[in-house]
Design a protein around this ligand. Structure first.
Ligand code: CU
Length: 387
């Protein structure tokens, strides 16, 4: 390798160092100048040989180009000298890669498109990348690509790929899709819900209908939001203290080119009642514990609950004989005040109740489940002997 280079480069080096590197295939090999000082040439050739050894792809130098995002480009001014992205024009062959390095102290984007025209064209987009970070993109289609910074719209640059100029084929827009998500899957009362919708495959400025229904299916939120330049629409709302706990449905819709697109998600709102059942017990009418209920008489069940706040509650007590036949259900709808609450419910024990051990189950709900109520606490149970 070294001898070949030595053989034809001696005379060339003195003419153009650069052309020797890039046009060496076309150089006639007879251009030797014997008058040239061999020793000097040898040193130069050795330098060239070592450069080539260090950069084996020297002939493919168009495959990568480097752009620096200039320090201070986050304030206007650099655009007057086309130096926000430096160099302003990057050049690569088809299949080549451009690597941008952010040397500024602010975050920037490298976003394809014409900021003075239609904005982002979707061919490439770094999204925000911070100081010291890089972004790279490989260009597989010849053309001249404009790009800019989404947050500093005075920052512009171009990439020329291959012979340049032919307008790059407009990117096949991806299939249109809509995706909705919430920032959390479960919220407490008074929390703020952030609904984010991504409409991909189209440009910005679409209206998204965002509808939220509560556990009863009633409309809770019904609004429109407009997609940003990156196709995102966002909506925030707060869950009022009076809101129903349970599962909320989020439905988003958008119309694109006469077709409608829809996505759904759901989140839960947790009750914060912090109700617990302390005890459930068979008692007499005054609430004194008993171990026996006699048939054909009234039995009483005392439930003691505790609550941390004023809590609309439905307390139910179910009584089953030893054959799991329901002997009745008692319920009590009230707003529990903070602290302990005690209630006594009565049951008439029918004549045909099965003698033996009967089970008592106590529960607390925010309302009847058929009205959208949800459990406030775990079920509690005890037993009583039926005679
Ligand atoms: Cu920027």
């Amino acid at each position: 390798m070294l001898t070949v280079i030595f053989g034809y480069k001696i005379g060339v080096v003195s003419k153009s160092y650069r052309s020797a590197l890039f046009k060496s295939m076309d150089i006639p090999s007879i251009m030797l100048e014997r008058s040239f000082v061999i020793a000097t040439s040898f040193i130069i050739v050795m330098i060239i040989a070592s450069i080539m050894a260090l950069t084996p792809s020297a002939f493919a130098y168009h495959m990568t180009d480097y752009v620096t995002i200039a320090s201070g480009s986050s304030t206007p001014g650099c655009e007057t000298t086309n130096s926000c992205y430096s160099p302003y024009k990057a050049i690569v062959d088809v299949g080549g890669e451009v690597i941008w390095t952010n040397t500024d102290s602010a975050a920037h984007t490298v976003t394809s498109g014409d900021i003075k025209g239609d904005g982002p064209d979707g061919i490439f987009d770094s999204s925000l990348f911070g100081p010291g970070k890089t972004f790279s993109y490989t260009f597989n289609d010849a053309g001249t690509y404009k790009y800019f910074c989404m947050v500093h719209p005075w920052m512009e640059g171009i990439v020329v790929v291959g012979e340049g100029t032919p307008i790059p084929p407009s990117p096949s827009p991806g299939p249109v899709s809509i995706d909705v998500s919430t920032d959390k899957s479960s919220y407490n009362l008074r929390d703020t819900v952030t609904v984010e919708v991504l409409l991909s495959g189209v440009r910005s400025g679409y209206n998204i209908a965002i509808s939220v229904t509560d556990p009863f299916g009633n409309d809770f939120v019904s609004r429109n939001a407009t997609t940003s330049s990156i196709g995102i629409a966002e909506l925030q709302f707060r869950i009022p203290e009076s809101a129903q706990s349970g599962t909320y449905q989020v439905i988003v819709t958008a119309a694109v080119d006469g077709r409608s697109y829809q996505d759904t998600t759901q989140f839960t709102v947790k009750s914060q009642f912090n109700v617990s059942i302390i005890s459930v017990q068979a008692t007499d009418q005054q609430g004194n514990p008993v171990s026996i209920f006699s048939r054909d008489t009234n039995g009483f069940v005392k439930v003691i609950l505790s609550s941390e706040s004023n809590s609309p509650s439905l307390v139910t007590v179910n009584l089953f004989d030893s054959e799991l036949t329901s002997l009745g259900i008692g319920s009590f709808k009230t707003t529990l005040s903070p602290g302990r609450s005690e209630m006594i419910l009565s049951f008439f024990i029918p004549n045909d109740a099965v003698v033996g051990s009967a089970d008592i189950y106590a529960n607390a709900f925010s309302d009847w489940p058929s009205n959208g109520g949800t459990p406030l606490t775990k079920e509690s149970s005890s037993s009583v002997e039926i005679t």
